[in-house]
Design a protein around this ligand. Structure first.
Ligand code: IPM
Ligand code: MG
Length: 362
């Protein structure tokens, strides 16, 4: 099992280090190799996604990714910014299906900004198409002047587009995911205004014919944003395009009050995947032993489940995290009165210890 480890920038380095320690106590034959990505790679090699990093990722069975980005790169030419690393990996590896679960952990219900009764037991899955849409259309802008302004430009635009095969494959992925859950799928679009999303809706309806056991409904994205804060538990699986999925998945993550807890998976047609926490690089707290490593540790569990066919090991990680939370340990982001505040490393220690005790129990 070849795993490319790409910690990236900011807190990415610390949280991935803890996830790698967890991998180390699972008694599995991992072959890991680290590489630079994002701002760190730009500093060292002049590019956020160096050829060597891309090659390593392509040759791996799975990629464990931390986070990229820092405000200090905001004035760089777009093609050199840290974000291009993750976009490049998605495109080059064909990672079209992004799974973003939003789960409200029982012990953390009060951490949500919504009333506890609205989020208690929340467990929804957003499936975001990841290699099409306006993200990968044709950008049109003028060269940026060094001060960041568009020198002499009169307009800028980005084209939104989806092809039939792109919609079909994400629809199949979503229907199959729904079949394994409550058999309900909501497709989110903007068919009332955008041709791209009328087409999206039409193709999703066509694919639905192959999944008669799944109940499909459609919702406009603005309404979906509203329903997510009004009655989030009404949703089960949501499928949507790249841009709407970017926005709705942040909204859904925040409902749980614990973005520091949420893993994600980005898969290609071969089952190869990139696994990363749903949160960003948080440069403001980087290097301070404050970040929550659990989203990255839970991303390892997703990796074991989706790409490596190691369900038992994945279950051990999930159970260990539950036990650590039940024992009252919390990093600052999920801390509340009556629980014990710990740092990144101590949280990693606790998960490692909990996994070791589940091992002896078999
Ligand atoms: C995400 C992030 C990325 C995106 C950025 C970092 C390019 O916001 O993974 O949701 O927009 O897809
Ligand atoms: Mg995002």
């Amino acid at each position: 099992m070849k795993i490319a480890i790409l910690p990236g920038d900011g807190i990415g380095v610390e949280i991935v280090a803890q996830a790698v320690r967890v991998m180390g106590v699972l008694d599995l034959p991992f072959e890991t190799e680290h590489a630079l990505v994002g701002g760190a790679a730009y500093e060292a090699h002049g590019h956020p996604l160096p050829e060597s990093t891309l090659k390593l990722a392509q040759a791996a069975d799975a990629v464990l990714f931390g986070a990229v980005g820092d405000w200090k790169y905001d004035t760089l030419e777009r093609s050199l910014r840290p974000e291009q690393a993750i976009l490049g990996l998605r495109k080059h590896l064909g990672l079209f299906a992004n799974f973003r679960p939003a789960i409200c952990y029982e012990q953390l219900t009060h951490a949500s900004s919504l009333k506890p009764e609205l989020v208690a037991g929340l467990d929804i899955l957003i499936i975001r198409e990841l290699t099409g849409d306006i993200y990968f259309g044709q950008p049109r802008g003028r060269r940026r002047a060094p001060d960041g302004a568009f020198a002499g430009a009169e307009e800028a635009f980005d084209t939104m587009r989806y092809s039939r095969p792109e919609i079909e494959r994400i629809a199949h992925t979503a229907f199959q995911a729904a079949q394994k859950r409550s058999k309900r799928l909501t497709s989110v679009d903007k068919a009332n205004v955008l041709e791209t999303f009328q087409f999206w809706k039409d193709v999703v309806i066509e694919v639905h014919a192959e999944y008669p056991d799944v109940a499909l409904d459609h919702m406009y994205v603005d309404n979906a944003a509203m329903q997510l804060v009004r009655a989030p538990k009404k949703f089960d699986v949501i499928v949507t395009g790249n841009m709407f999925g970017d926005i709705l998945s942040d909204e859904a993550a925040m409902l749980t009050g614990s973005i520091g807890m949420l893993p994600s998976a980005s898969l290609n047609a071969a089952g190869q995947g990139l696994y990363e926490p749903s949160h960003g690089s948080a440069p403001d707290i980087a290097g301070k032993d404050l970040a929550n490593p659990l989203a990255t540790i839970l991303s390892v569990a997703m990796m074991l489940r989706f790409s490596l066919d190691q369900t038992a090991a994945a279950d051990r990680i999930d159970a260990a995290v539950q036990r650590v939370l039940a024992s009252g340990l919390r990093t600052a982001d999920i801390w509340s009165e009556g629980t014990r505040k710990v740092g990144t490393r101590a949280m990693g220690d606790a998960v490692v210890a909990a996994i070791k005790t589940t091992t002896t129990k078999g």
